[in-house]
Design a protein around this ligand. Structure first.
Ligand code: RIB
Length: 302
């Protein structure tokens, strides 16, 4: 069964420099190769899902410039319906300044540009897209009032709601209680509730009404906390060269699994496989695997 996904979120052009190590504050270092890659958490998750075979519609905003044209074109090449990715005449397309070190670890600074001009009204205009989806994914690179409207429209249309709270900010119980699958990494889980430890964050998130908590732990795998209890699902061991968009690979593939009617565990396995493959490749969207590659990868795992 083909899943139907709606992604409300960001599109950025990633400006990436490879470095031996990240600079200290006030320090200048010489980097290596400079590359541009299509990115943005929303677009990455949309592409990840499309490459898993989902029918994906995206709602987002780019500027009237070369980066915006390229991002829309690349998303369309992946089969994503970009009818609701609109062009803003006043704001530039979002960009992300990224450094990737020799261990594949990154730092990312986003200049959001047109992503911050995505309004609740844009979502109301795109209401038909909500009526035609099984699962809605969103993140926090769009204005919070727009994310809240997306969640509210998705709830009205009885979609499964996935929120990846990145980059993290404090969230209230009204929003959290409407989320079916909340997917932070360890640090984000603590930041959204202002907790000092992961344990405290888990307790607070559950008390605030999160239904299924899926915490990504990088090479340690994923911690799943549901009404049935908690279990840690290990990551597939690989050698990472670039971890940019690993979380997005996970979210897009996980949501595709849900939309196809898979269990949470099966969806996590799909997400883990997509993330594992993505970290073995450079760039955000170029690193995201096709479903066929996942099948081959899982066939090769013991
Ligand atoms: O999650 C990775 C993404 O974060 C990058 O592609 C960058 O654009 C930022 O949005």
């Amino acid at each position: 069964m083909q899943g139907k996904l709606l992604v409300v979120g960001s599109l950025n052009m990633d400006l990436v420099v490879n470095v031996a190590r990240h600079p200290q504050i006030g320090e200048t270092i010489l980097g290596g190769k400079f590359t541009t890659f299509p990115g943005g958490k929303g677009a990455n998750q949309a592409v990840a899902a499309a490459r898993m075979g989902a029918a994906v519609t995206m709602i987002g905003r780019v500027g009237q410039d070369g980066f915006g044209d390229e991002l829309r074109a690349r998303a369309a090449e992946d089969g994503i319906n970009i009818q609701y990715v609109t062009v803003d005449k006043n704001e530039a397309t979002g960009i992300a300044l990224i450094t990737v070190d020799a261990l594949g670890q990154n730092t990312i600074v986003v200049a959001s540009g047109a992503n911050l001009a995505l309004t609740p009204q844009d979502l109301i205009t795109a209401k038909a897209a909500f009526a035609n989806a099984d699962v809605m994914i969103t993140q926090l690179e769009s204005p919070l009032e727009t994310v809240s409207e997306a969640v509210s429209l998705a709830a009205q249309h009885k979609l499964k709601i996935v929120l990846n709270p990145a980059p993290a900010q404090r969230l209230d119980a009204k929003l959290l209680s409407m989320i079916d699958y909340f997917i932070p990494n360890e640090r984000e889980a603590m930041q959204v509730v202002g907790a000092e430890t992961l344990e405290s964050a888990i307790d607070q998130l559950l008390a605030m009404g999160v239904k299924n908590l899926i915490i990504t732990l990088g090479e340690k795998g994923v911690l799943v906390v549901t009404a049935d209890g908690r279990r840690q699902i290990p990551a597939y061991p690989v050698i990472a060269i670039d971890t940019v968009a690993a979380g997005d690979a996970f979210v897009g593939a996980f949501a595709t699994g849900l939309a196809e009617g898979m269990s949470v565990e099966q969806s996590v396995q799909l997400g883990n496989a997509a993330a594992a493959i993505s970290v073995t490749r450079y760039g955000a969207q170029p690193s995201l695997p096709m479903r066929k590659e996942i099948k081959e990868f899982l066939g090769g795992q013991k």
